[in-house]
Ligand binder design. Sequence first.
Ligand code: CDP
Ligand code: CDP
Length: 214
Amino acid sequence: MIIAIDGPAASGKGTLAKRLAAHFGLPHLDTGMLYRGVARQMLDEGARLDDVDAAAGFALSFEPGLIDDERLRGREMGEAASVVAAHPPVRAALLALQRAFAEQPGGAVLDGRDIGTVICPGADIKLFVTATPEVRARRRALELAGRGEPVDEAAILLDIRQRDARDSQRDAAPLVKADDAVVIDTSALDVAGVVASALAIIEGKRHRIISSFQ
Ligand code: CDP
Ligand code: CDP
């Protein structure tokens, strides 16, 4: 079973992906970490994020082993990742790795922006997780406060709006709901509520598939 989860920043897609992976005993890939990893390498090497050729080179030689790094999770790296992710050769370079992860025996859970549309168009389950920008900014602010980092919620909201615009308006694999994805609006739900909605959607879909064979 391949579960594809897409959605904007801080919508809760990563948390849901982890919970579903644990529930079904499937491996999970947070694909945003790949773009964050490429952006981080570029910044470390003093490359410009808008240099498409340089970005393509970093993406081609990208080592997924680098992705367990707390520095990648910060606000600044999310912004940098979204610049790098708009370059088509970067997306092309990271495609095979993501497909191979999705197609391992038994299945997988992947979350990102283009999983249901580009990486796994044939996924068994496609979820599009969303929430209002204000709710998402609040969640990010709480996360930062929890890590003891300074919080400027207005600046976080601005970042979120800018990133939504950049991710949805780019030409290469923009953030868009797949036609056959089910939307979960998490604005008024806690994590348990989101997981319960997702499990109900998955069970409903499995039931329909089984019924169609009877
Ligand atoms: O966790 P959050 O949603 O803030 O960010 P992320 O999922 O780590 O993604 C960081 C950036 O990488 C996004 O703003 C996208 O521009 C890009 N990305 C993408 O283009 N395609 C994906 N499948 C995943 C991330
Ligand atoms: O992966 P993405 O950027 O979409 O979001 P996340 O990192 O999964 O979630 C951002 C924050 O919102 C985390 O601290 C979650 O605990 C929290 N949260 C959530 O994920 N879902 C809710 N329904 C409520 C809060």
